[in-house]
Design a protein around this ligand. Structure first.
Ligand SMILES: [Zn+2]
Ligand SMILES: [Zn+2]
Length: 357
């Protein structure tokens, strides 16, 4: 904290005859702050509006100078804003103007290779890409970590000797992106890769078919669990209690298909029915791991709300009511609310058209 800016956080109130009141000196300084910002050519503006540095707008929303004065006096400055980077002052070295959601202190994260960043983001905040170079560390990395190192290596490795633009990993990610954006079928994907393979030098590191590509990129993906269920839809075999159950609690239908060869096949029992479960927590963590998606996760709190316009559920009454009911939860911008929404869901049977919720 710059000593000349301590007033921003410690002088907002004065005690007058035992009552807490806004400090006139603080108000004067806020007025001077706004004047200063208006005079700087580098101040971030939207026409006549400036970014509001109050603790609730957090330099995201643009407000009129009068609104800014009221906001800052009533709500205080956003934390750690002693360098006024949105109001005409230059960014300095390691200023902590904004909380950095990417907690890795590793400089590599800012590297010029975006695919390297992608792997580091997928690996999570506790992954240190340099730790394997540390000689004093006797333990070899676990298979998953080893695979991530391998991917990091592939992110830097040229597709063919002498190629400077494309690495093995960048080609795979770009192709997967094209495939999903254009809804390309697997057949077309394989055909395109075949053409590429023919066009490239024979010693290229091209990953061929879609099947191989998926395997290649699987470590960047998110976990998915298979959960057995009763074929009649009575129950899921989930958790410790149900782990070893062989028949349904309700209809007593066997969980597994009868194995043909008996003892030999017992290890890989096939359930009559199973479902895919996509665990939520790692997905949320991944959204916060990337700087790009992390800003989307905070948008509900940081976007400019226009009166009379509902552009997001956070502009609506239900959200505001929730925030008022749980103020400590609402205080942290990064807390997310989960909404469930369903359409065309049929609770009674798989194909019965007569019910739709
Ligand atoms: Zn504000
Ligand atoms: Zn059952």
């Amino acid at each position: 904290m710059r000593t000349d800016r301590e007033w921003m956080y410690n002088s907002r109130f004065v005690i007058v005859e035992g009552r807490k009141e806004y400090n006139p000196a603080f108000i004067d300084r806020v007025v001077s702050f706004v004047e200063f910002a208006c005079q700087q050519p580098t101040t971030d503006r939207d026409n006549d509006l400036l970014r509001c540095p109050c603790s609730s707008c957090k330099n995201r929303a643009y407000k009129s100078t009068d609104d800014i004065k009221v906001h800052v006096v009533t709500k205080g400055f956003v934390k750690n804003y002693d360098q006024w980077t949105s109001h005409g002052e230059p960014e300095v070295g390691s200023s902590s103007v904004q909380p950095n959601c990417n907690t890795s202190s590793n400089g590599d994260n800012e590297g010029p290779n975006p695919y390297r960043n992608m792997i580091l983001e997928a690996a999570g905040h506790d992954f240190n890409p340099n730790s394997h170079e540390n000689v004093s560390q006797p333990q070899p990395p676990d298979p998953k970590t080893k695979r991530l190192y391998e991917l990091l290596r592939q992110a830097d490795e040229p597709l063919w000797p002498g190629c400077t633009k494309v690495s093995q990993l960048s080609l795979v990610s770009r192709m997967l992106n094209i495939k999903s954006e254009s809804r390309m079928t697997e057949k077309i994907y394989d055909d395109v890769m075949q053409v590429l393979e023919d066009a490239l030098p024979p010693d290229s590191k091209l990953v061929g078919s879609f099947y191989e590509t998926k395997k290649f990129a699987s470590d960047l993906g998110l976990p998915c669990e298979k959960i057995d269920c009763c074929i009649n839809g009575c129950m899921l075999y989930w958790g410790e209690e149900d782990k070893d159950m062989l028949v349904c609690k309700f209809c007593e239908h066997p969980r597994y298909k009868q194995s043909k060869t008996g003892s030999k096949k017992r290890k890989t029992k096939t359930p009559h029915r199973f479902m895919h479960y996509f665990p939520l927590i790692p997905r949320l963590q991944r959204l916060y791991a990337s700087k790009v998606t992390a800003t989307h996760m905070r948008w509900h709190d940081e976007h400019v709300q226009k009166d009379g316009v509902m552009s997001h559920p956070s502009d609506a009454e239900a959200w505001k009511h929730f925030d008022q009911t749980y103020p400590s939860f609402a205080e942290e911008t990064r807390n997310v609310r989960l909404g469930l929404c369903t359409d065309g869901f049929q609770p009674f049977g798989q194909s019965g058209k007569q019910y739709s919720c």
